[in-house]
Design a protein around this ligand. Structure first.
Ligand code: C5J
Length: 221
C-alpha cells in the first residue's frame, strides 16, 4: 500500500483503485461573463489554483492513473433545471439566458468548456452534471465502477459547493475521498477553509485533505 501524508491521518491507497476527479473547472465559473460572475462573484479569485491543478492532473497522467472531469450544465431545453435552482437569488443573468460566452450553464455553449490550461486529453471522461454533486442525474457512479475506482482525489471549484457535495456523495457511497487543498478554490476564502475543516474534523468524517506536493510525492514514491 502506498500512503499520502494527509489530514487528519495518512491516506493509504492502492494505485489500481485511485483516480482524480476535477470538478467544474469550466469557463462559466472561471471567467468574466459566466455563471459565477452573474451571481456577483469575483471570478479572478479562482484562477490562483490553475497551476497546482495542472500539476496534479499531470502527475496522475504521468502515473497512468485516471483523470475524470466534471462540468455543471443543463440541457438546452432546460428540462433538467428545476425552478428551485433556476429562480434563486437575483443574478444579472439566469441559467439559460444568453451571455458573452453563450447561454449561461448550457451544455454545448462556450461557457461550459473546461479552461484551456486544464483541457481533458483523449480518453479522459467528462461528466456533465445538472446538480452540484457529480452522482446526481449522471453516470458518474457507473464510470467509477467500470474503472474499478474506490479511492478518489478531488480538485476543482468551488470547494464548499460542488466539490464538497460530491465528496459527501462519494463518502456515502463507500468511496475514500481526499481533497487536494491547493487545487480547490472558493469565491469565499473563509468558506474554503471551513469546508476543509468540515471534511477532516471528527476523525475525517467526510474524508482527507492533503497538498498537491504530498499527493504527488506519494504517486512518485
Ligand atoms: C456552484 C460549483 N458554485 N461548481 N457550482 O454553483 O461549485
Amino acid at each position: 500500500m502506498a500512503v499520502i501524508k494527509a489530514d487528519p491521518f495518512d491516506f493509504p491507497f492502492d494505485p489500481a483503485t485511485l483516480g482524480l476527479v476535477v470538478i467544474d473547472m469550466q469557463r462559466d465559473f472561471m471567467e468574466p461573463g459566466g455563471f459565477g460572475a452573474t451571481l456577483g462573484n469575483d471570478v479572478s479569485l479562482l484562477r490562483a489554483i490553475i497551476p497546482t491543478t495542472a500539476q496534479l492532473i499531470a502527475g496522475f497522467r504521468a502515473a497512468g492513473l485516471p483523470v475524470i472531469h466534471t462540468r455543471e450544465c443543463h440541457k438546452p431545453d432546460l428540462s433538467d433545471l428545476p425552478p428551485a435552482k433556476c429562480n434563486r437569488g437575483a443574478p444579472s443573468l439566469r441559467i439559460g439566458d444568453p451571455g458573452p460566452m453563450g447561454r449561461i450553464l448550457i451544455a454545448g455553449e462556450p461557457g461550459v468548456e473546461i479552461i484551456p490550461e486544464l483541457c481533458p486529453i483523449a480518453g479522459e471522461i467528462v461528466i456533465d452534471k445538472p446538480g452540484k454533486g457529480a452522482f446526481y442525474g449522471t453516470d458518474f457512479g457507473a464510470v467509477l465502477r467500470d474503472k474499478g475506482l474506490k479511492q478518489l482525489v478531488f480538485a476543482g471549484v468551488t470547494t464548499e459547493v460542488c466539490v464538497q457535495t460530491t465528496m459527501r456523495e462519494a463518502n456515502d457511497r463507500g468511496y475514500d475521498a481526499l481533497l487536494a487543498t491547493d487545487a480547490t478554490e472558493s469565491y469565499f476564502p473563509q468558506f474554503k477553509q471551513a469546508a476543509i475543516e468540515m471534511i477532516t474534523a471528527q476523525g475525517g468524517i467526510v474524508g482527507w485533505a492533503a497538498s498537491t506536493t504530498k499527493i504527488l510525492e506519494a504517486l512518485n514514491a
